[in-house]
Write a protein that binds this ligand. Structure first.
Ligand SMILES: *Cc1c(COP(=O)(O)O)cnc(C)c1O
Length: 788
């Protein structure tokens, strides 16, 4: 096999790229390898599509504005079962696989957890042999690249397409026209303009290489009609291209805001562009082999990843009525049977809504359909639905629209799904009991263990054999080794090796150095007030102050690792980033503390950084305000790699703690109910600060400019929030967090005890495989059976 890969690489170098061996640069070898691997995916890819068609299988269409795939080469090599062979082939050509992969772009076509979930799910659908398409947008610019300038976040454009993206196949014959604006004549829509969506397909190989699905990303392509030749010929070269420029803008950039609703015209246009192209595409596939669209639900399931593609209901209804002669009621029934909606947040600022004016001007026919859907709800349920409004106060509410046009609505952790029933869609749960269900998120063990942590993956395979890659519950067999000193030793060596990989990467990529022998304590995720990076850095300052008071004390050396991007317009989040960097500047340069406490803010957190960092971590910070993190998946990646969690009873933390056992999880903090009560108490923040000398001292130091001597008032805004409003209860949870951190230290002082707990965490993480999650979607939502 390695010979075959070798000659395929050479052939692509010469005949696909037109470059001779002696002149090839590393990037050329990378492209040639990508093409060689893509070739290996091609037969199973075509075969999967053919088999799904021949066997008339139900297909799942996963609509998502974001797919955070991570680098593709190594993942494909592993899943196609040729990683070793690829390494050998390249070696024989004098090229290092590791060097090659280290320079591969990481397509950042997502903001964070939601996009990464979509990527894990696609990989699991392929591994399970489920015929599926991921539909998304081919943003020219993904999420910005982050650097720091004097501690402040600086955003740079992400140029992921620079390498020509050898993995994506342009499909010029696959296009759909997406229309916008114009007017209604009764129920006839006369759009003002239209844009052409062109398909780019990336293969998503399942583990074992038996099945390959498609990630189809739409790009807005220039349409010949868009260039105004009249204007062009009369010399107005720029004006002639106005329409073309607008069209291309649609897939130009990913909106960099996580968990906020923007309400922007371009964003709604992007959402409709994705949705319309995808729905047209799947209908075309269906009608090419079926005649009876009434039977669509037997062959098609559409899953909406959050509300971003929630216009899918009205769009499907529109197409069924306007192009296929359905009545409104039949069309609406079919749409509901086909659609499913995954809710990812309860945060009011993240629940999308569009003004009726905007929706009416951009998508008048859809607004009309939404009004009819609203009326239909009220005729169906009568006064019981009096509180249900798809349109309210001049706003179209996309959460309600998605929920009422889906046959299943799911939350993403047990706690979150309960809150979806009680706090978000109460009427739906009452009128249609059983419609709201839970599917706790999962992560793929292929990328997040086998690829990211080879040392641990090899130890696991040596200890319990292979098979865990596709049956993660088998990790349970590690429990029998949790008290074996030789095994714990080996686990310690694997953790040590992972730390070395991370250290080398941090030094080479970012010029960051840190001690090797320390407790690696990590919080990496988007910067958001509810995730409470602020609590973490305030505690870190307190640790600094304690060490300064007792420099000879028996402190457990810690490296506090932060990583994460702030939305460019999110001022508080950016202040938090700057505070962490300012504190790092002081602490890391203090000779008295620098061996006992180090603060590292890894710039540009992305999937690649996560793969390096998570295997190296000892402690996973999952400290969101209870009731606010829908699930989290970072928490799962850490525990699977043998980090212990310090966390609140929030999102999937609750289930992680149940699975690994309360003794193997550092719990602290107010519960969801207590959070609600505390928020009602007048002056809760001030009271909590006054009751905590430790916190008081921390806040006083910041106020005195201890970390911003040239500008003592720099953090007045943050301090004001903590003292006077503290919606996220940083002050109220501070002492409990501090106590939990003391327990962390005590435990870490007993290496075998720590390792035993870490091994039990790994052993009990089987439930959090995305394969389990996808099986639940298949049986509870999509109504499809297994292939293999
Ligand atoms: C897993 C992952 C996330 C989600 O992390 P949470 O801690 O669950 O918020 C975000 N970004 C990247 C790059 C990830 O890999």
């Amino acid at each position: 096999m390695s010979d075959q890969i070798r000659s395929s690489i050479l052939r692509h170098l010469r005949y696909s790229l037109g470059i001779s061996e002696s002149q090839a640069a590393l990037a050329d070898w990378r492209t040639a390898l990508s093409l060689a691997l893509r070739d290996l995916a091609m037969d199973p890819w075509l075969e999967a599509e053919k088999r799904a068609t021949d066997e008339d299988r139900k297909r799942v269409y996963y609509l998502s504005m974001e797919f955070l795939t991570g680098r593709l080469i190594e993942d494909a090599a592993i899943n196609l079962g040729v990683r070793t062979e690829a390494v050998v082939a390249l070696d024989s050509l004098g090229v290092s696989f590791a060097d090659l992969v280290a320079g591969e772009p990481d397509p950042a076509l997502g903001n964070g957890g939601l996009g990464r979930l979509a990527a894990c799910y696609l990989e699991s659908m392929s591994t399970l042999g489920l015929p599926a398409y991921g539909y998304g947008l081919r943003y020219e610019r993904g999420l910005f690249r982050q650097s720091f300038d004097e501690g402040r976040q600086v955003e740079h454009p992400d140029e992921w397409l620079g390498d020509g993206s050898p993995w994506s196949l342009g499909k010029p014959e696959t296009t759909h026209r997406v229309s916008f604006g114009g007017s209604l004549d009764g129920e006839t829509w006369n759009p003002e303009s239209s844009i052409v969506a062109g398909a780019f397909d990336t293969p998503v190989a399942g583990y074992g290489g038996r099945w390959v699905n498609t990630l189809r990303l739409w790009a807005a392509t220039a349409d010949a009609n868009l260039l105004d030749l009249g204007r062009f010929n009369s010399g107005d070269f720029f004006g002639a291209a106005d329409a073309e420029t607008w069209a291309k803008t649609l897939s130009r950039v990913l909106y960099p805001a996580d968990e906020t609703d923007l309400g922007k015209r371009l964003r709604l246009s992007q959402e409709y562009f994705l949705t319309s192209a995808s729905v047209q595409d799947l209908l075309e596939r269906f009608t090419s082999s079926h005649t009876d669209l009434e039977r669509l639900p037997e062959f098609v399931a559409i899953q909406m990843n959050d509300t971003h593609p929630a216009i899918a209901g009205p769009e499907l209804i529109r197409l069924l009525i306007d192009e296929h002669g359905f009545s409104f009621d039949r069309a609406a029934d079919v749409a509901v049977d086909v659609l499913g909606y995954t809710n990812h947040t309860l945060l009011p600022e993240a629940l999308e809504h569009w003004s009726v004016d905007l929706m009416g001007s951009l998508l008048p026919r859809h607004l009309q359909i939404i009004e009819k859907l609203d009326a239909r709800i009220h005729t169906t349920y009568g006064p019981a639905a009096d509180n249900v409004h798809l349109i309210d106060h001049g706003q179209v509410r996309m959460g309600d629209l998605a929920a009422w046009t889906s046959h299943r609505v799911n939350g993403v952790s047990a706690l979150h799904s309960e809150l979806v029933k009680t706090d978000l869609f109460e009427a739906l749960d009452e009128l249609e009991p059983g419609r709201i269900v839970n599917v706790t998120n999962g992560i793929t063990p292929r990328r997040w263990l086998k690829l990211a942590n080879p040392a641990l993956a090899n130890l696991i395979t040596e200890t319990i054999g292979s098979g865990w890659e596709t049956d993660l519950d088998r990790l349970r067999a590690l429990e029998a080794h949790a008290d074996d000193p030789a095994f714990l030793d080996a686990f310690g060596r694997a953790k040590h090796a992972a730390k070395q990989v991370f250290l080398d990467w941090a030094r080479e990529t970012h010029g960051i150095d840190m001690p090797h022998d320390a407790l690696y304590d990590a919080q990496i995720k988007r910067i958001h007030e509810y995730k409470r990076q602020l609590l973490n850095i305030l505690w870190t300052i307190s640790r600094y102050q304690q060490i300064k008071k007792d420099p000879q004390g028996a402190w457990v050396p810690r490296v506090k690792i932060f990583g994460g991007k702030a939305a460019p317009s999110y001022a508080v989040a950016k202040d938090i980033i700057r505070l962490v960097n300012d504190v790092a500047e002081v602490v890391n340069n203090d000779p008295e503390t620098k061996d006992l406490l180090r603060i590292v803010f890894v710039p540009n957190y992305n999937v690649t950084a996560a793969e390096k960092l998570i295997p190296a971590a000892d402690l996973s910070e999952q400290i969101s305000t209870a009731g606010m993190e829908a699930s989290g998946t970072g928490n799962m990646k850490f525990a699977l790699n043998g980090a212990l969690t310090i966390g609140t009873l929030d999102g999937a933390n609750v289930e992680i703690r149940d699975e690994v056992g309360p003794d193997n999880f550092f719990l602290f903090g107010l519960t969801t109910e207590e959070v609600a009560e505390r928020r009602e108490q007048e002056g809760h923040a001030r009271a909590a600060i006054e009751a905590s000398c430790v916190l008081r001292e921390v806040l006083d130091a910041i106020a005195a400019g201890a970390f911003s001597p040239d500008e003592p008032g720099r953090y007045a805004g943050i301090l004001d929030l903590v003292w006077n409003s503290d919606w996220f209860l940083v002050a109220s949870d501070f002492d409990a967090y501090d106590s939990a951190q003391q327990v962390v230290d005590q435990t870490y002082r007993e290496p075998q005890e720590w390792q035993r707990k870490a091994v039990l965490n790994i052993a009990r993480m089987g439930f959090f495989s995305s394969d389990r999650a996808i099986r639940e979607y298949m049986s509870e939502i999509w109504n499809v059976g297994p292939t293999f």
